[in-house]
Design a protein around this ligand. Structure first.
Ligand code: SF4
Length: 267
């Protein structure tokens, strides 16, 4: 078990610095210990649950990868937390699907919401639909509604488990690693980021989902390759880039832009 469960990342002073340094060294040792090349996804999840009890979270937007990992974790009875960022602008189908997952797997899903005052002040200054105005305002909205709540979540964990896969090249995720170290926002405290399904192909994922009768987010059937907020995420047509449905109004002049919301810049 990692000894930093009570680590307060915001503690000031030299003692806190030493604590962070010791924590980072332990995480580096864990990273070396994890045999990510030969472990199966279930083994990686079990390893994380064992090393970081109460401090490892599967953070999901309820794509197939996230739900598959919730299925693995609950089936194996692993001590992992499940969480999502609720931007307060998610599709109604997503809110309903969260309830379905909780019921199916008898589990809690932690919701991380934007700070009410931050949203209020953003909307007062720029309006609810500021993301139409410019890339800068869209990124600001994503920062307020997504990145900051995600940062709040990450302050409570040592291990962040995500569902990036290398064959999601259309999402620019070909470099997704099974395990890497990231820095917590605003400090140099490290967090171990795991993508247990990084090497899985789309076919493997579909096969696993079907074979285990895992619930599938209803927006896939409506043509959404991934989900986010209403208006900003839309279905795509056959032949369109998988990111084409995101912030469609930027498609023409931003063809080289990654169109990421900021959660996974450091893949
Ligand atoms: S996806 Fe759109 S509504 Fe959601 S946080 Fe980003 S800009 Fe705001």
């Amino acid at each position: 078990m990692i000894e930093s469960q009570t680590l307060q990342s915001a503690q000031p002073g030299a003692a806190a610095e030493q604590q962070i340094e010791a924590h980072n060294q332990r995480l580096e040792a864990f990273l070396k210990e994890l045999d990510s090349a030969s472990f199966r996804p279930e083994e990686i999840l079990a390893w994380a649950a064992d090393k970081f009890p109460g401090r490892a979270v599967i953070n999901t937007s309820f794509q197939r990868t996230g739900v598959a990992m919730i299925h693995m974790a609950t089936t194996l009875g692993l001590n992992l937390r499940f969480a999502t960022v609720d931007t307060l602008r998610l599709h109604p189908e997503t809110y309903a699907f969260i309830e379905e997952i909780k019921k199916r797997y008898q589990c809690a899903i932690e919701l991380y919401l934007p700070h009410a005052k931050h949203v209020e002040s953003m909307v007062e200054r720029f309006g609810e639909y500021l993301f139409f105005d410019s890339r800068e305002k869209q990124e600001y909205c994503c920062q307020v509604r997504k990145s900051r709540p995600n940062d709040v979540l990450l302050k409570t964990v040592d291990c962040w488990i995500a569902g990036l896969r290398q064959d999601q090249s259309a999402f620019r995720r070909e470099n997704a690693q099974v395990a890497s170290l990231e820095s917590e926002y605003g400090t140099h405290r490290k967090i171990l980021k795991l993508n247990p399904l990084a090497a899985w192909t789309e076919e493997e994922l579909l096969h696993y989902t079907e074979a285990h009768n895992i619930p599938v987010h209803p927006l896939y059937a409506q043509g959404y390759p991934s989900f986010g907020c209403t208006i900003c995420a839309t279905p795509i047509r056959t032949g369109e880039d998988k990111r084409a449905g995101r912030w469609r109004w930027f498609n023409e002049d931003d063809s080289a832009n990654p169109k990421e919301c900021g959660l996974h810049y450091n893949i």
